[in-house]
Ligand binder design. Structure first.
Ligand SMILES: [Zn+2]
Ligand SMILES: [Zn+2]
Length: 229
């Protein structure tokens, strides 16, 4: 298990206000789980896909309460530790409605990868395109964007000069679309209309792999060349 801590100073120039982002690589598919705080003791946890004890330990060590558990989509490698987090903390679990069938099919999803996923967690609220979430000083500044294609209910979260994009966009690549509900054209459309419309300097935190920026992907991502798709 790898843990990287980005001190708030590093990202301050992009954000214009204080926050701290912790990234943990969890589970068998090395999913990036992000813990974001904005100046108080409430955390937003994105994609707790596995290694529940490590995520809980990281939150406890920092003295954090959970305000939101956000799943960018309901693939087992992004939701596997949600139930354990729900048992350990208060907080609201948010998902896009179109991924509910995937969540309810967690066991079958895991089986196709030879993995027994964690129990199916409850969803407290379905979120929609354009919805704004609050966290500490980021009052009403965390925006939900519907970015389907990798899965029907894929969502991204944009806040403070950062975009958490799940398996929609990766450094130098894009999400796979051969899983149930996936569609390549829909994915390209989501990336082009919803993500590439963000400023070049926006940091992109994908569901797997390295951090990148919108500008870097716009310039060099081979799947996003003009005229393709
Ligand atoms: Zn996925
Ligand atoms: Zn994934």
């Amino acid at each position: 298990m790898i843990e990287k801590v980005f001190p708030s100073g590093d990202l301050l120039q992009l954000a214009g206000e204080g926050f701290k982002l912790t990234s943990l690589v969890v589970g068998p598919l090395l999913t990036n789980c992000y813990i974001l705080t904005c100046g108080d003791h409430e955390a937003l946890v994105i994609d707790p896909g596995g290694d529940a004890e490590a995520i809980i330990e990281s939150l406890r060590r920092s003295g954090l309460q959970v305000r939101y558990i956000l799943a960018t989509h309901a693939h087992f490698d992004h939701v596997g530790a949600i139930k354990a987090l729900q048992d350990a903390f208060e907080g609201e679990t948010l998902l896009h409605r179109a991924d509910l069938p995937l969540l309810e099919n967690l066991v079958a999803q895991g089986a196709s990868f030879g993995i027994r996923p964690g129990p199916v967690p409850r969803v407290d609220r379905f979120v929609e395109e354009g919805e704004l979430l609050s966290l500490g000083r980021a009052n009403d500044r965390i925006q939900v964007i519907h970015t389907p294609g990798h899965s029907p209910g894929g969502i991204s979260f944009v806040a403070l000069g950062m975009a958490f994009v799940g398996d929609t966009l990766f450094a130098g690549s894009i999400g796979r679309t051969d899983l149930p509900g996936g569609c390549h054209q829909v994915l390209l459309d989501s990336i082009r209309r919803k993500l590439l419309s963000l400023e070049d300097r926006v940091l992109v935190f994908p569901g797997h792999g390295e951090v990148t920026t919108i500008g870097q992907e716009r310039k060099t991502n081979p799947f996003l060349r003009e005229g393709d798709g």
